[in-house]
Design a protein around this ligand. Structure first.
Ligand code: 4HQ
Length: 256
């Protein structure tokens, strides 16, 4: 998969792209990320990318021409026309389903705006989709682009070790993760749940399923809506039926 990024702060991306899982994915050639400085697509002496808003009001707006030139130029580099995503609070919320959908594109162009935003005609002419990472206001689309790249990198075959993807199964099923423990066996008088040291792998699986359900019910019950339930496997639904009442009673008890 190839991702191209358009930004006035390309230097923000260097350490991110060189580090950890994303760094290794790029090193191995599983992921290609090219970061372009929007200013190199300006044509005036001052390389300006912003201007005052029509209609007045505070702040500055990014002008359309450099964006349109930049998107068209980087779109022509590959074989197919890339899918062009604008990071903005007006977009559809990024979730794991959206990450999977975007991960199916062979090439993406990510537009990272700054200031009060980008001239609307950019969205109208060269953007396929707007994506938001959440309902809060940031100063630019660069962190959202990195969030998206990191989530996408995990979907590229060979990037995440098999053990990790198996551990992720519960989230993929639309549930929160189960609690994790490692050495030492006792921390602040809290022992590791016995089942995890029992060697009984079936019992460990059941415990993790149950804890994932319990955490979801207690912390994010919205994830257990009807569409989420419909996506569960028959086995997971059986587990839900078994522990539902028990877990719900415990959650209610914890609330008090
Ligand atoms: N932005 N999710 C860029 C965001 C944002 C978000 C605010 C994007 C400023 C110029 N982007 N504009 N939340 O807050 O994606």
């Amino acid at each position: 998969m190839r991702v191209q990024v358009l930004t006035i702060f390309p230097e923000l991306f260097a350490p991110f792209l060189a580090t950890s899982l994303v760094g290794r994915a790029i090193e191995k050639g599983l992921l290609e990320v090219r970061v372009h400085d929007l200013r190199s697509f300006t044509e005036d002496r001052h390389r300006s990318v912003d201007d005052e808003p029509y209609g007045g009001g505070g702040g500055m707006v990014m002008t359309a021409p450099p964006w349109i030139r930049a998107v068209r130029a980087v779109s022509e580099e590959g074989e197919e026309r890339p899918w062009r995503v604008l990071l903005s609070p007006q977009g559809a919320r990024l979730d794991e389903a959206k990450v999977r959908e975007l991960g199916e594109k062979s090439e993406l162009v990510l537009l990272c705006g700054r200031y009060e935003g980008i001239d609307e005609r950019v969205r109208l002419t060269v953007v396929d989709e707007e994506v938001s990472i959440g309902d809060y206001v940031l100063s630019g689309g660069e962190l959202p682009a990195m969030v998206l790249i990191e989530a996408l990198s995990r979907q590229v075959p060979g990037v995440v070790k098999l053990a990790d993807s198996v551990a992720n199964d519960s989230f993929r099923a639309g549930l929160l993760d189960y609690p994790h423990y490692t050495r030492p066996p006792v921390v602040e008088e809290l022992a590791v749940p016995e089942v995890l040291t029992s060697g009984d792998h079936a019992a460990i699986r059941r415990w993790r399923q149950r804890e994932a359900l319990r955490a979801t019910l207690a912390k994010r019950p919205d994830l257990l809506g009807s569409e989420a339930l419909a996506r569960l496997t028959p086995e997971q639904r059986r587990v839900i039926d078994q522990v539902w009442g028990q877990v719900r009673d415990e959650a209610r008890r914890d609330e008090k």
